[in-house]
Design a protein around this ligand. Structure first.
Ligand code: ZN
Length: 281
């Protein structure tokens, strides 16, 4: 256990040990609690990231506010989603939802670091009604311009093009969104979801990622490409996005069910069936 609270210099020194610098473009997934006690909390972690790295990107979903069930009767194959029981229920869900905007708070499951990042005035968000990304720094505009309502993972494609890194601070690969891009390129985990765009106006959104609770299975394949250090109690890992994509691609090419659980009614089942349909096609 850490004897004293971690400070800004401790967090920044840890990021330095990972070899990050002002040219770095990082896609961060973080657990504040993993560090132990941090003086200044999430704001300190973000200040350290912004000091060391040139560009920082995070996930910034607002789906808890903007998301709605699928309308009754709209059943797409292998979509692993829930439907409103009636049009009355669906219309009530549409009325209760909040249209997306760059001002909305992000989903609670993203954690304290992403929430604090979303409150910073110069952070920009991508254009997606459910699962926007958010970024700040030299390449932030390029990353966010790559996201569209039909291209949720556009910023990850841009991260790959820029030679950026995935940065896991105290979380596992179950948080590693970049793996979803490899899945989707192979026809897997391409889900349709539903959101309000404006009051009373709803849309169907394609290419939404699926389940990730078995993604830690990628860890052995990524060991050679991973740089790792401890920052307080936080296991901090840096992996090139291109290495993540290459390893995930190889695993899924070898096994349509790679990095998925065997449950048919989990979204894993939908993703596996989508891949099998591509192979049969
Ligand atoms: Zn599953």
């Amino acid at each position: 256990m850490t004897e004293r609270d971690l400070g800004l210099d401790d967090v920044a020194a840890g990021l330095d040990r990972l070899g990050l610098n002002r040219d770095s473009v990082v896609f961060l997934h973080a657990s504040l609690r993993s560090f132990g006690r941090v003086e200044g909390g999430a704001g300190t972690v973000i200040t350290a990231l912004r000091r060391v790295c040139g560009t920082v990107m995070m996930f910034g979903s607002c789906s808890e506010l903007s998301g709605i069930p699928a309308p009754p009767g709209l059943v797409r194959p292998n979509n692993s989603y829930f439907h409103a029981d009636s049009w009355a229920d669906f219309d009530a869900a549409v009325r209760a939802a909040t249209p997306p905007s760059a001002k909305l708070p992000i989903d609670s499951w993203l954690g304290a670091v992403a929430a604090e990042f979303a409150r910073q005035p110069d952070v920009v968000r991508g254009d997606h009604p459910l699962h926007s990304f958010q970024a700040v720094g030299a390449r932030a505009e390029e990353l966010m311009a790559a996201q569209r309502p039909d291209r949720m993972l556009g910023p990850v494609e841009e991260l790959e093009r820029l030679g950026g890194d995935v940065l896991l601070l105290g979380v596992g690969h179950y948080s590693n969104t970049t793996i979803h891009l490899a899945e989707q390129r192979l026809g897997r985990s391409l889900f349709y979801r539903y959101a309000v765009l404006e009051p009373g106006l709803w849309v169907e959104v394609p290419n939404v990622s699926g389940e990730s609770h078995r993604f830690d299975g990628i860890e052995p394949a990524l060991a050679p490409a991973t740089i790792e250090t401890m920052i307080g109690n936080c296991r901090a890992r840096r992996i090139p996005a291109r290495a993540v994509l290459a390893a995930a691609t190889e695993l899924i090419m070898g096994d349509p069910a790679a990095l998925l659980c065997p449950e048919d009614d989990c979204r894993c089942g939908g993703a596996r069936r989508q891949r099998l349909a591509v192979l049969a096609g």
